[in-house]
Design a binder for this molecule. Structure first.
Ligand SMILES: [Fe+2]
Ligand SMILES: [Fe+2]
Length: 470
């Protein structure tokens, strides 16, 4: 038996970069994951992992918040301590070298972009003890980032890869890089080993391409087919911050499973294990239950509340505090002036969204659609429910993988599907002749796909899943 513990998207934030002022608060409240608490969360998670019975630890990228050198220095000290107890393998990616050039420090109500960051070659040197040093083969891409292949045991092979750029302006692999990966996969498979690839971006779409477009590697269909045919069993990824397990079967019938790890420092603070035996693979998601920050103990509800704040914080600000609302929007890149003139209506819409019941919202939709918008019986069944509670349930489930499988007769299922198909139905009734009709129809299809995936998921159970080895 071989047991791997896997985490991703630590996004460690160094508190040396913040005085906790207004600019920091705005940054923090616009982020699904925690910021100032990351050091404490990572410490608690590493302690839990160090005391566990796992054989090795995988960290699938985004170790630092935004590539800040000081954040890397702090997080590496923590990894060094964990590595005294468990072998650690990491890949660095996107936010580890600040690929968007947006590393910041926060002072009062201002932020500054004068923070020292690290380049891929510097990261390669900095983290070489956690993958490359143990490797029997290494591939260095055009960024100067290293991919490595390691024999974890005589039955398990790990291929840790940097998939930041494919040389064609997309994340993924240049052809010679991919050839190197396939070579490692085939060699391991020929020896009957379990083959695990760890990259940062998605190889398989986990909800819908409408959501995953910017998160998935280039030529993902061809790459997934080739990797599955070559015999890769797992691809471990992060980046989307969503905990989801996705299956892919190649044209010649081989199964490849993607485990998309959620962010350790965001809801639901997942710590995933993959247990490998000769008979089966077992995936289990555990969670960090508590951590201590500044002498005070916090539980997982704190991390969940932080994620909820992204949605409700903005709506509450719109209702109660115009300046706060505009500041929050500008913190996520929306220009104040473009929104300010619509503030009155946005305030009313936000107030309505926070308080409206399913019954009232359903009646409003049906008023504008001549009674054809949403099923009246389904609306009546849950008419007194707060609409936002249902939206929040779905929002959180995207991150924690607890996506419920509703019966198709369930009022929630019926309403979600009625709303998702509304644009398509409206376009037919109104006989919209769109210039780019195919593109619009494709988007309508993808909206329906998301609704289906969120209420009746095709994916295996995202928290516990067993695969029999053939
Ligand atoms: Fe991330
Ligand atoms: Fe990322």
């Amino acid at each position: 038996m071989y047991k791997l513990t896997m985490i991703a998207d630590l996004h460690h934030f160094s508190n040396t970069l913040s005085d906790g002022g207004r600019a920091y608060q705005l940054r923090s409240s616009s982020d699904q994951k925690c910021l100032e608490e990351t050091g404490a969360i990572i410490d608690a998670a590493f302690k839990k992992i160090a005391e566990s019975d796992c054989d090795a630890v995988l960290i699938a990228g985004d170790l630092s918040n935004d590539g800040e050198k000081v954040a890397h220095e702090e997080v590496k000290k923590k990894i060094d301590v964990l590595a005294e107890k468990k072998p650690v393998y990491i890949v660095y990616a996107t936010h580890d070298w600040c690929c968007d050039g947006n590393a910041k420090r926060f002072e009062g109500d201002k932020y500054y972009n004068d923070v020292e960051t690290m380049t891929p070659p510097q990261l390669r040197e900095f983290y070489k003890d956690y993958g490359e040093k143990q490797a029997y083969s290494t591939f260095v891409n055009h960024l100067g980032a290293a991919s490595y292949a390691v024999k974890l045991s005589d039955k398990v092979r790990l291929i840790g890869v940097n998939d930041d750029q494919d040389g064609k302006g997309h994340s993924g692999y240049a052809d010679d890089h991919f050839e190197w990966i396939l070579e490692q996969v085939k060699d391991a498979k020929a020896k009957g080993e379990a083959v695990i690839i760890m990259e940062h971006h998605l190889l398989l779409s986990n909800i819908s391409m409408l959501v995953n477009q910017g998160q998935i590697i280039g030529e993902h269909d061809e790459r997934a087919e080739a990797l599955a045919q070559a015999g890769a069993d797992f691809v471990i990824v992060g980046h989307s911050h969503m905990q989801r397990t996705t299956s892919y079967v190649s044209k010649d019938g081989k199964l490849l499973t993607q485990i998309n790890l959620g962010s350790l420092c965001g809801h639901p603070a997942p710590i995933t294990t993959l247990t490998i035996t000769d008979e089966e693979y077992k995936i289990d998601v555990d969670y960090l239950e508590k951590f201590t920050y500044n002498g005070k103990e916090y539980d997982r509800e704190f991390i969940k509340a932080h994620s909820q704040e992204v949605l409700t914080g903005l709506l509450n600000a719109a209702v109660n505090d115009k300046e706060d609302f505009l500041d929050r929007l500008s913190a996520i890149g929306v220009q104040r002036e473009s929104v300010e003139k619509y503030y009155g209506i946005l305030r009313r819409v936000s107030k309505y969204a926070l308080n409206v019941t399913v019954g009232k919202a359903g009646r409003l939709v049906n008023f504008f659609t001549f009674g054809k918008g949403v099923d009246k019986k389904a609306v009546k069944a849950i008419k007194d429910d707060n609409l936002m509670d249902h939206i929040m349930d779905i929002f959180l489930s995207v991150f924690d993988g607890s996506i419920k499988s509703y019966d198709t007769s369930d009022p929630v299922y019926i309403i979600v599907h009625d709303v998702a198909t509304l644009p398509k139905r409206a376009s037919k009734v109104l006989k919209i002749k769109a210039l780019r009709k195919d593109k619009i129809q494709k988007i309508f299809g993808q909206i329906e796909e998301i609704a289906e995936e969120l209420t009746n998921p095709s994916a295996p159970n995202n928290q516990h899943h067993v695969i029999k080895r053939t």
